[in-house]
Design a protein around this ligand. Structure first.
Ligand code: 5RP
Length: 217
């Protein structure tokens, strides 16, 4: 199966965001990945609702919104209203993950859970059937352009096993340091969705780079 590609606009040119969103529209990308950082959960501040809403205005692909924020429950409705199709919260940021996922689904969004590199996939054992997508962070969240953590392959394999064993339809997303070099092994390990920021936006021809990732198999 060909992977779903989700270019991360964190690496886009924010002064030319419309141009970069339209570039993604023209590519074979499936989603537009939007990283929201609050400066508390992660040591960086990226963008908030007005930018997400502006991206949505030009996007022809569903928005895959990754909330790197504490207490995400406070903002789920707001991000839905800004155009999110997927809302991913961090396992480490939720006190009542089951309730948070139910609320995301009530809003008719796909419900995602992201795991920091130190969080074992086994922590999702009792909730995996309620999760539409698990985002394996293959870098420490907060910044684009970091080095891929090699241990991520093993985590993806263990997560895939958990999904198969429980008969869940959960998709596996990988986020951080993804490139044409590690994509084949990521797919072989069980990944369904590849998020890539710098690898796409710093390439000479971003549309071609998205399409190469898409057709890697
Ligand atoms: O979630 C993120 C950072 O927290 C970014 O989506 C991720 O790092 C992608 O950027 P790059 O491909 O440049 O590593």
């Amino acid at each position: 199966m060909r992977p779903f590609i989700a270019p991360s606009v964190l690496a886009a040119d924010f002064a030319n965001l419309q141009r970069d969103v339209e570039m993604i529209n023209e590519s074979e990308a499936s989603f537009i990945h939007v990283d929201v950082m609050d400066g508390v959960f992660v040591p960086n501040i990226s963008m908030g609702m007005p930018i997400v809403e502006a991206i949505h205005r030009y996007a022809k692909k569903p928005l895959d919104v990754h909330l790197m924020i504490v207490d995400p429950d406070r903002y789920l409705v707001r991000f839905k209203d800004c155009g999110a199709a997927h809302i991913t919260v961090h396992y480490e940021a939720c006190n009542h993950l089951h309730r948070t996922l139910a609320e995301i689904k009530r809003l008719e969004c796909k419900a995602g859970v992201a795991l920091n590199p130190h969080t074992p996939v086994e922590f999702l054992t009792d909730i995996i059937q309620d999760v539409d997508l698990v985002c394996i962070m293959s870098v420490n969240p907060g910044f684009g352009g970091q080095k891929f953590i090699e241990h991520s392959y093993k985590k993806i394999e263990r997560l895939k096993k958990l999904i198969v064993e429980t008969g869940s339809s959960t998709q596996i997303e990988v986020d951080g340091g993804v490139s044409l070099e590690n994509a084949p092994l990521l797919l072989q390990s069980g990944a369904d969705i590849l998020v890539a920021g710098n690898f796409i936006f710093t390439s000479k021809n971003p549309i071609e780079t998205v399409n190469k990732l898409k057709n890697i198999a």
